[in-house]
Design a protein around this ligand. Structure first.
Ligand SMILES: *[C@@H]1O[C@H](CO)[C@@H](O)[C@H](O)[C@H]1NC(C)=O
Ligand SMILES: *[C@@H]1O[C@H](CO)[C@@H](O)[C@H](O)[C@H]1NC(C)=O
Ligand SMILES: *[C@@H]1O[C@H](CO)[C@@H](O)[C@H](O)[C@H]1NC(C)=O
Ligand SMILES: *[C@@H]1O[C@H](CO)[C@@H](O)[C@H](O)[C@H]1NC(C)=O
Ligand SMILES: *[C@@H]1O[C@H](CO)[C@@H](O)[C@H](O)[C@H]1NC(C)=O
Ligand SMILES: *[C@@H]1O[C@H](CO)[C@@H](O)[C@H](O)[C@H]1NC(C)=O
Length: 537
């Protein structure tokens, strides 16, 4: 059964285990057993994916630069991979847990992930990346604390609480998958879960007169959610590893795959308060409700639900997004303030414009990026790269701009040069809000606006204090621009966080290569690598 995580120092571990030595930094070990459990989050009995019997799964709590070792046992009846959403896994896409980088862990098998939370702090989440399994659970929060020597830009909170919000379907994920495989579309979900429970199923108990840090992640399938707490303002302090200029919010939009930290102060007269997470852009509105309970409260939640922004009000969202800025004087993982990195002064070496679309291909509903709908070629791209196996993918197979080609299915790969500085425009000509994620990176969210992006849109960029994060929204018929330095070689998944769109092809891989390295893509292969497809000898 579950072994508690234990901390050992690296010297001890080096003699005990054959692991890559990463001098000085502590190791922590976890045994995670992934299985179905029966539960009924929305009143309908379902098999839900649990880890060590828990749904949501255990919090992965660590500290900058710790080495994390997770022995993951697949007790499902389907292949499994977990991905660490937002972790930068420096030069280590072997641990990323996506089908382009890893062979799946087959039912009844176990596989050990090992990675380092190198130079990172912040709030993230993990979830299963295959087969629409995220719609069945298997997710949890990730918390990376600052090392003790690095100051945090706010007083230590009394306690931290994880709040995982997400839409949920009463149909199970195998039924949903069967519908998508037939080429049908599925709707918006039936409700919103907060920490794995339906309405009133979760109570967060707090002491009066204290400050709490809430680590909020949207771990759902499709829906952007608005999060708010009756009678309490939230002070936003962190977005996926960037400490923000602290500002107060009545409610906060959290798009699929995004994470935020907020501080709340329990300064109200003793009572129970509603915690709400409601769908932002879809009608009928999906409503998640939990309870904030003061330990000295004797009255249950009452009164109307606290109101959020009107469903579909994009202006509210644009305006809120523009207020979320980096605190240039706050350090993070390293003692020097990250703000000393003047991203706005670096010359752009390449601009890429990525347009999502929803074509029918071979008579089936698919989703595409610049005309290509991603189809797994049967062999992880990373293995094909390492063993130089031809016929799996071709580098540079996705055009840098939408070029009007007629949509097709393929293993699309974008080429990037190590240390170059890239501008990416996500162009959404559709109505549903998009949520885009890049594995292995944090990028600067420099701008967003309605309509078509043009070169003059650059005049509106924030080149001073944009936040760096790993998942960004693109509103209906709008664009979002990001900038990133390609400082992490590897094969990195770029995906729609909308799990249905991702399952149906709205993703690709970015292959970042160092041309000065004779091996080009130069990460050492792990000793326990799984082989499959054409890499299986
Ligand atoms: C993993 O979980 C399954 C289902 O609960 C259980 O049957 C099995 O014994 C567990 N395995 C380990 C190694 O804990
Ligand atoms: C989903 O529901 C179908 C129909 O009831 C059932 O056959 C299938 O086993 C279920 N899958 C899971 C993972 O519970
Ligand atoms: C599977 O788990 C066992 C112990 O539970 C461990 O000894 C073994 O190394 C693991 N295998 C892999 C491939 O991680
Ligand atoms: C920014 O960080 C500094 C340094 O920790 C802190 O003192 C300051 O209050 C923060 N400013 C804002 C606006 O959050
Ligand atoms: C949103 O903002 C735009 C431009 O500022 C304005 O034209 C439009 O009327 C606004 N829409 C709503 C619903 O307020
Ligand atoms: C950017 O390009 C301009 C013009 O080519 C050049 O003068 C400048 O030094 C470059 N800046 C950096 C930071 O490389």
């Amino acid at each position: 059964m579950a072994r508690p995580a234990l901390l050992l120092n690296a010297a001890l571990v080096a003699c005990a285990l054959v692991l890559v030595a990463r001098a000085g930094d502590p190791y922590q070990f976890h045994d995670w057993n992934v299985s179905f459990v029966n539960t009924s989050p929305l009143g309908v009995n379902q098999r839900v994916i649990a880890i060590n019997g828990q749904f949501p799964g255990p919090e992965l709590e660590t500290t900058t630069n710790n080495n994390v070792v997770i022995n993951l046992r697949n007790s499902l009846d389907e292949p499994l991979l977990l991905t660490w959403n937002g972790l930068q896994l420096r030069r280590d896409s072997w641990q990323d847990g996506t089908l382009g980088t890893n062979c799946p862990i087959m039912p009844g098998q176990n596989w050990t992930y090992q990675f380092q939370a190198k130079d990172q702090i912040g709030t993230f989440s993990y979830f299963p990346s295959l087969l629409l399994q995220r719609a069945a659970g298997g997710y949890g929060g990730i918390r990376i604390h600052n090392r003790a020597v690095i100051p945090v830009p706010f007083a230590p909170p009394f306690a931290e609480l994880t709040v995982l919000i997400g839409d949920w379907y009463k149909f199970n994920h195998t039924q949903l998958r069967a519908a998508l495989d037939r080429g049908e579309m599925i709707g918006k979900g039936d409700g919103v879960l907060i920490n794995g429970r339906g309405p009133y199923g979760t109570t967060l108990t707090v002491q009066p007169g204290k400050t709490y840090r809430l680590r909020i992640s949207n771990v759902g399938s499709v829906s952007s959610l608005n999060f708010r707490i009756q009678g309490h303002k939230m002070k936003l302090v962190e977005t996926e590893g960037s400490y923000t200029a602290q500002a107060l919010y009545d409610s906060l939009d959290v798009h699929v795959g995004q994470s935020y930290s907020v501080l709340i102060t329990t300064d109200q007269s003793p009572k129970d308060f509603y915690i709400m997470a409601t769908s932002r852009f879809s009608l009928p509105e999906l409503t998640g409700v939990a309870v904030l309970h003061y330990t000295n409260s004797f009255s249950r939640v009452s009164g109307p639900f606290p109101a959020g922004p009107a469903v579909g009000d994009i202006n509210f969202s644009f305006n809120q997004a523009r207020t979320i800025k980096w605190n240039l004087t706050a350090g993070a993982a390293r003692p020097n303030p990250q703000g000393s990195f003047h991203y706005g002064l670096i010359n752009i070496s390449k601009t890429v414009k990525l347009a999502n679309s929803a074509p029918a291909i071979n008579g089936k509903q698919r989703f595409a990026v610049n005309g290509i709908s991603y189809m797994h070629p049967g062999t992880p791209l990373k293995l094909a790269d390492f063993y130089k196996i031809g016929g799996v993918f071709s580098p540079n197979s996705i055009p840098d701009y939408p070029d009007g080609r007629s949509p097709y299915n393929g293993a699309s790969v974008l080429s990037g040069t190590y240390r170059s500085f890239m501008e990416i425009i996500f162009q959404n000509n559709e109505n549903p809000v998009q949520s885009w994620h890049i594995d292995g990176y944090a990028f600067f969210v420099v701008g967003m606006g309605p309509g078509d992006w043009t070169t003059s849109s650059r005049l509106t960029y924030n080149l001073v204090d944009a936040v760096a994060r790993s998942t960004v929204q693109v509103y209906a018929k709008s664009w979002t621009a990001i900038m990133l330095e390609l400082d992490n070689v590897g094969m990195w998944n770029v995906r729609s966080q909308n799990v249905i769109r991702q399952y149906l092809g709205q993703e690709f891989y970015m292959r970042v290569v160092n041309p000065e390295d004779p091996n080009g893509i130069n990460e050492p292969i792990p000793q326990n690598v799984l082989l499959c497809g054409k890499a299986k000898k």
